[in-house]
Design a protein around this ligand. Sequence first.
Ligand SMILES: CC(C)(COP(=O)(O)OP(=O)(O)OC[C@H]1O[C@@H](n2cnc3c(N)ncnc32)[C@H](O)[C@@H]1OP(=O)(O)O)[C@@H](O)C(=O)NCCC(=O)NCCS
Length: 188
Amino acid sequence: MKTELEKMLSGEYYYTCDQEIDKNRHSYSSLKNTTQKETKTFPFTLGMGVGTEILQPFYAEFGFIKIGKNCFINTNSTFIDGGTIEIGDNVLLAPHVRLISATHPDDPRVRRMALCKKITIEDNVWIGTGATILPGVRVGKNSIVGAGSVVTKDVPEGVVVVGVPAKEIRKVQYDEKLYEEYKKIIGE
Ligand SMILES: CC(C)(COP(=O)(O)OP(=O)(O)OC[C@H]1O[C@@H](n2cnc3c(N)ncnc32)[C@H](O)[C@@H]1OP(=O)(O)O)[C@@H](O)C(=O)NCCC(=O)NCCS
């Protein structure tokens, strides 16, 4: 028989007050990978890329997080990560972003059960302050999520979405002049 933790990680209903689940809950403060290689140690059980920085306060329920290279996670982010959270490279999260992979049943008698679905944030995504990403959502490469949005469905690549629920308002724009200036600044 599966444990409650195994059920959670395989996307089945699990009991949230289970002892083993409880033992795996942690909160973290400031975290930065300053090494030359990806770390796969506590608290990032699925990996943390080189150059990625997470400001405190930061809360992750378990640490079932895979985060790529050169990401910047601003202050007060909350990762409810029972469904696992996978973040690509060069992702920016503004303050107070919430990645919520868990949900509870409608039936009030069993609300202490939960069901988790993986959240995926692809390379170069920028998520604005106070945005919430709901269970199972994938945000496509290069896209932008506006401040305060609630993202209920997958976001395609290269678009800007805003609002509650989040809707596409335009495509991401490219600025050649600014790109040339940026390359000079970073010495490319
Ligand atoms: C999404 C965003 C980048 C869009 O910027 P923009 O293209 O300049 O957007 P505009 O101001 O031209 O707005 C376009 C429309 O979208 C609406 N809109 C813009 N951002 C919105 C948001 N976050 N939520 C709801 N509606 C929004 C505007 O009201 C406007 O609507 P209208 O056409 O009916 O007047 C920006 O609004 C945003 O949310 N930035 C996040 C800032 C942030 O979190 N910074 C943290 C840095 S660490």
